[in-house]
Design a binder for this molecule. Structure first.
Ligand code: BG6
Length: 484
């Protein structure tokens, strides 16, 4: 099954922070892969903008290096890399000054899609937006792309939204949550709304509970100074896990259209119950004989920031009344795994008797690695030993099901940048969504700060603090194991 590639219209894409980490690791390699696949047209131009004083050749060398480092060698044919680099240029720019803006204006065309990627600290968003506007650079149909963190609480997010909307309309603003660009995250919608099988059962009458896990094996590493001011709640739950929760819980939108989808997601966030302190477990990984612990990595022995969080929440609406949603995410856990597990209820009456075995159906949607789905189904245990039941998995790996030519899924950034060029905001967060997510998150953070709580220590390479297991045990349930 060949992948269909539909080229986007020619564009000018300006990357502010064009020499930064995100540009080099994700944006530029992603654009190159889209160029290689034939989706980025030959008439497209990429303009790196940063304060570093360098000429275009020097910038092309930076881009060449980032492609060599972050794109698989089998896609790096010399003539294709050269052709891509011929579409790349650079401008030295003062985000808070006057230098470079005229040059930037001179590089832009009037008859192509115009996009500006703010791959810079959020404190620069307003300065850049204002200069784009005042210097008559951005057109009324220009698109701007902004990255998380989008605020650190409701107040800062509102301030940021206000600054941006004073220069750009909401339809021009593309707030990236890279989880929405992941293939399987979009598949959540395809699975739910493209099949008749699941939707009739997708409610509290049939679903016992839902678990959402994003487990990482990496620690905070060199990002300690950023991370320690955020913690797992701000870094992962307020955005990535919240988006997963929305897609799994929302009502069917009437169309796959940006506002129809985002309206439904917003309703989920607004229906989230406040979370009680007893429903939240926060943790910090401790040092081992050979590995530093969280406190060593952030260089603050008194830090109370969490590198792990697990919580239970409820959605107050007709569909989900009574079904708990358990969310957890953490660093330095035993396995790198992101998945959503839907536990269905037991059949209302067992005709085989209490001792026959078998339990309930469990649908596991694996986001990474090895994207796919598993449905555990109860069947008869083979053999003549009477009617005994066992659970067996119906297991589907998307890579296997779709064939080797589709095994390498596009990176989330590639897809999202192409959506910006197509002018499709479905997979981007709307301002009101971000604010609603903070409105739910803020009291939880304020609560544990006011109580002066210290996170529980947990061992590296496991499932997080013991209390996180207890959170489910108390309800007679259990998390899926994360030990390797
Ligand atoms: C980022 C967080 O948004 O997502 C990181 O800031 C985290 O802390 C990362 O490691 C996880 O993304 P992925 O795509 O590797 O699951």
């Amino acid at each position: 099954m060949a992948v269909r590639v539909i080229p986007v219209d020619p564009f000018d894409l300006v990357i502010f922070g064009g020499t930064g980490d995100l540009a080099q690791r994700k944006i530029l390699p992603g654009l190159y892969r889209r160029f290689h696949a034939g989706q980025m047209p030959a008439e497209a131009r990429i303009i790196g903008a940063a304060r570093g004083d360098m000429d275009e050749e020097a910038y092309r060398a930076v881009v060449r290096e980032s492609i060599a480092t972050f794109v698989s060698a089998n896609l790096c044919e010399a003539e294709i890399v050269d052709a891509f680099l011929a579409q790349v240029s650079y401008v030295t720019l003062e985000a808070r000054g006057t230098g470079g803006w005229k040059e930037l204006k001179g590089k832009l065309r009037n008859d192509v899609v115009q996009a500006f990627y703010f791959s810079v600290a959020p404190s620069l968003f307003a300065d850049i937006a204002e200069r784009l506007h005042k210097n008559g650079i951005s057109r009324p149909d220009a698109r701007i792309v902004v990255e998380k963190p989008f605020g650190r609480d409701l107040q800062t997010a509102q301030a940021l939204n206000k600054e941006l909307v004073s220069f750009f309309d909401e339809e021009q603003i593309y707030r990236i949550d890279h989880y929405l660009g992941k293939e399987t995250v979009q598949n959540l919608m395809a699975v739910r709304f493209g099949n008749v099988l699941f939707e009739p059962l997708w409610n509290s009458q049939y679903v016992d509970h839902i678990q959402i896990t994003v487990a990482e094996t990496v620690g905070v590493g060199g990002r300690g100074s950023y991370y320690d001011k955020s913690g797992a709640m701000r870094d992962m739950v307020q955005n990535h896990l919240m988006q997963l929760l929305c897609l799994i819980a929302m009502e069917p939108p009437n169309r796959f259209d940006p506002d129809a989808v985002r309206d439904e997601k917003l309703k989920v966030i607004r229906a989230l119950d406040p979370v009680e302190p007893s429903e939240i477990v926060r943790g910090q990984y401790r040092a081992t004989a050979s590995e530093p612990g969280y406190l060593d990595e952030v260089g603050d022995p008194n830090s109370r920031t969490e590198s792990f969080i697990a919580l239970r929440t409820h959605i107050s609406n007709w569909r989900w009344n009574g079904t708990p949603f358990y969310l957890r995410t953490g660093k330095k856990l035993g396995t790198r795994l992101s998945e959503i597990v839907v536990h269905f209820k037991e059949p209302p009456h067992s005709i085989f008797g209490e001792d026959a075995g078998g339990s309930c159906n469990v649908l596991t949607i694996r986001l990474q690695p090895d994207e796919g789905m598993t449905l555990s189904v109860t069947i008869k245990e083979p053999g003549p030993g009477g009617m005994r039941l066992i659970d067996v998995p119906l297991d589907m790996s998307f890579a296997e099901a779709l064939g080797p030519e589709n095994a390498e899924m596009p990176d989330a950034y590639e897809r999202l940048i192409m959506d910006v060029m197509r002018g499709n905001q479905t997979l981007f967060m709307r301002g009101d969504e971000v604010e609603a997510a903070w409105r739910w998150t803020d009291p939880l953070i304020q609560g544990w700060e006011a109580r002066g709580e210290r996170p529980k220590l947990y061992k590296q390479g496991g499932s997080g603090p013991e209390d996180a297991q207890m959170l489910l045990h108390r309800d007679g349930r259990r998390w899926r194991e994360l030990d390797p």
